[in-house]
Write a protein that binds this ligand. Sequence first.
Ligand code: NAD
Length: 496
Amino acid sequence: MITLYHWADGQKVDGKSGRFSDVTNPATGEVTASLPLASSEEADEVIAAAAAAFPAWRDTSLASRSQILFRFRELLNARSAELAAIITSEHGKVLSDAAGEVARGQEVVEFACGAPHLLKGSSTENASTNVDVASIRQPLGVVGIISPFNFPAMVPMWFFPIAIAAGNTVVLKPSEKVPTAALWIAELWKEAGLPDGVFNVLNGDKTAVDALLSSSDVKTISFVGSTPIARYVYETGTAHGKRVQALGGAKNHMVVLPDADLDLAADQAINAGFGSAGERCMAISALVAVGDIADTLVSKIKDRAVALRTGDGTRGCDMGPLVTSVAQQRVSAYIDAGESAGATLVVDGRQGSFDATGSGFFVGPTLFDHVETGMSIYTDEIFGPVLSVVRVDSYEDAVELINANPYGNGTAIFTNDGGAARRFQNEVQVGMIGINVPVPVPMAYYSFGGWKNSLFGDTHAHGTEGFHFFTHGKVVTSRWPAPSHGGINLNFPQNT
Ligand code: NAD
């Protein structure tokens, strides 16, 4: 077992608080590392390293900054398999899925390589007589990123490539369940030539988060995690005068209309319900079957679910374990609750054999039918491989269900009716919509974010909104007077 560390000013920093948490391999149950949890003082030291690096990084030319991003991209392309293996060893998701996560994060690096174009301002000559106006965007300072366990690389990469390209310095506080990806990325930045102190990793729990939220050096917070913590981070961070984007939890519905291709819908329900063992904020957890297709659709999903191979993510399985034994117990308890509440348990993930050695945190694919909206398996974000089928009579009932839900992250509709799909995208109160696409995660050059309890703040992640979030706007109005100038005039300036 190894002892991990923080990363500040381009080097490893040992923990001094005396507080540690265990990092486990979820496929075996084995404790693989001990993670130091920062005290407030240690957090302040990491933040201070980022603050000290800011003036020089801010003044580094855009050309030089983007060259470092290009080098980071090249290194990550060459070594992405190493990062995927780290993700699998701490999160549990299967290797191919971990590689997909890295690739989606890399898209944001590639987008951020276009910073020179994306940071361009505009200018107007002779806006008023002999007066020119120009807009510019400038970095803010130290940015704090607080990430969840379920995407150890991709979620931090939604933010830091853009923040760094825009001239900010970063303190990343990864989830204590999956810290090694962030530390690996820190070393990659160093190899790419990023100056020391521009990218820092602060390991810890609430104490570290609170230090970021209250530090006057930290100008923005990008948080991703569960809704109660997202709300807390948003309220506390904004109370301290920071810009905050706090992405929260989800309960994503997939509507299947009677005219849909049911084999396609069944395949995609499996992919979106059980990929990463359901530990995705864009996972489909509620399947809304409209009209008389439900029996056929449930039977098709069942056939596919029982054929999935669940086990160690390094063994070519379809689905890996849950992240911790606590998560495993929580998901099993939800299955118990669904059964007791009277839903029909079609496939029971508590049973079954798993392709792994040791005591991994496995729950197999689970399918419930005849789920009612008052049941906890419907109301709560389970964050596990549990797919609930809710039967409704009409398209209108399906939309009403989605719009009544307190979350609004992603949703999908499966149909061959273009008119119904167009109506759906117009009427549904959700941030990311898939039409015959079950997990509609936007490309890096668009922005990622939900509505309602799935996002606090008004800025989504990456895309042009990302550059906007990590910069201040400034408008410069200038006149280079001729020898004769206008003299004194106390009226409000008017354009002539
Ligand atoms: P979490 O809220 O438990 O933890 C997220 C981060 O907050 C971690 O870094 C953790 O250390 C920190 N944290 C935990 N408790 C805290 C507290 N009391 N005070 C301050 N900080 C605290 O979330 P998780 O379990 O790591 O991740 C799963 C959740 O994240 C799910 O709800 C999922 O839907 C959500 N998620 C959302 C998105 C999105 O884009 N909306 C993406 C990924 C995950």
